[in-house]
Design a protein around this ligand. Structure first.
Ligand code: ADP
Ligand code: MG
Length: 368
């Protein structure tokens, strides 16, 4: 197990744009940390600097407390799995797994034992003699995981390792990698742009945008208590309403929407009275036709735009506050009826579920 520390690490490729911008991050021993963010947010660059294939423009990276900026990649003893980090096609699976051991001068007997153990770990004990081309995509990816772990590295880096797999296989592999991590206790830094993947697998998620960590927290916290509008919008679905702070009272603030209505919300924003904010509200936190109207609750009227059946739940689009549209997710088990287009509807939520965040919007995604 290894610990990692990025200390004031910046990286620019062209001398102007910092694709990693003064990054400070601790990864604990045995932790599964995911770097999650849109394409171009600097995740791969961070991993490449940690692996030693890119150098930091400034700052220092520490592995187990030792600075590694000047340590060659092969001497860092880090396992790696990348989406396009292909297996050697001319070697069998067993030979692929033996390779990292041979370059480390492990004895033949130990190599055979470790290769066998690695194949068992990814549940492919019978496929050692196949060549990569004779394996399915999922099997190849499991071999790649085994190859990254076969030499007992203390740290394993994975960069979108499941990106090429179809949805079902990807989800299965997510649980498999998670189980392997739990069993071995190895430190894993995992890069993905897939929020469901990061939520499923990680102990901790570092949400990236523009080379900066936007929030560093456990999966439930980045989803339930996003600390800014970017995180709220990048992870999961989110209803937003722009407004102006009119009053502040401890944790709660009052926000005027553009149609003149005033709502109470949890004051996460740093904006003072008079400042702009974006209210953020998860679709599943909204109740349709709430039975009671109590303290700490907000109830508003709206008009149904559409209702879509999605198997386990329904999505109801509702026009609120004049020109804004909310999506409401209701479990079908608790939905008593279908709403007609244009029908009036009441929506309710807890004040604490409506978060007043910074006014910045948008995902900072690179133009494709
Ligand atoms: P991510 O993995 O989050 O998609 P990257 O770290 O790959 O992000 O890229 C961050 C930014 O750095 C992007 O704008 C990308 O175009 C740029 N970049 C990445 N690698 C290089 C490189 N080798 N040379 C120049 N620019 C690069
Ligand atoms: Mg990348």
């Amino acid at each position: 197990m290894a610990s990692v520390n990025f200390a004031n690490v910046s990286k620019t490729y062209d001398g102007t744009v910092s694709v990693v911008d003064n990054l400070n991050l601790d990864v604990r021993e045995g932790e599964f940390l995911s770097m999650l963010g849109p394409s171009g947010s600097g995740k791969t660059t961070c991993l490449m600097m940690l692996a030693g294939f890119e150098t930091a423009t400034s700052g220092e990276i520490f592995l187990d407390g030792r600075p590694i900026n000047r340590v060659a990649p092969q001497r860092r003893n880090i396992g790696m799995v990348f989406q396009n980090y292909a297996l050697f096609p001319h070697m069998t699976v067993a030979e692929n797994l033996a390779f990292p051991l041979q370059v480390r001068n492990i004895s033949k007997a130990d190599t055979a034992e470790k290769v066998k153990r690695a194949l068992d770990m990814v549940e492919l004990p019978h496929l050692g003699n196949r060549r990569p081309a004779q394996l399915s995509g999922g099997q190849q990816q499991r071999v790649a995981v085994a190859r990254a772990l076969v030499f007992d590295p203390k740290l394993v880096l994975m960069d979108e390792p499941l990106g090429a797999l179809d949805k079902q296989l990807r989800e299965q592999m997510q649980y498999e990698i998670k189980r392997i991590h739990e069993r071995l206790g190895v430190t894993i830094v995992y890069v993905t742009h897939d929020q469901a993947e990061a939520l499923t697998m990680s102990d901790t998620i570092a949400v990236f945008n523009f080379g900066k960590i936007q929030q560093l927290a456990k999966p439930d916290a980045v989803y339930e208590t996003p600390s800014n509008s970017f995180v709220a919008q990048f992870i999961g679905e989110n209803n937003v309403l722009p407004g102006t702070v009119t009053e502040r009272d401890g944790d709660v603030c009052r926000v005027r929407i553009d149609n003149g209505d005033v709502l109470s919300a949890l004051a996460v924003t740093k904006a003072a009275v008079g400042g702009a904010t974006l209210l953020s509200l998860r679709p599943e936190r909204i109740v349709v036709e709430p039975a009671t109207e109590g303290p700490g609750q907000t109830v508003v009227g709206g008009e149904v735009v559409d209702q879509v059946y999605v198997g386990d739940h329904s999505r109801i689009q509702v026009r609120v506050f004049g020109k804004h549209e909310f999506v409401v997710k209701v479990q079908n088990a608790s939905l008593r009826r279908t709403f007609r287009k244009g029908e009036p509807i009441r929506l309710g939520w807890q004040v604490g579920d409506c978060r007043a965040l910074d006014e910045a919007s948008g995902c900072g995604r690179e133009a494709a």
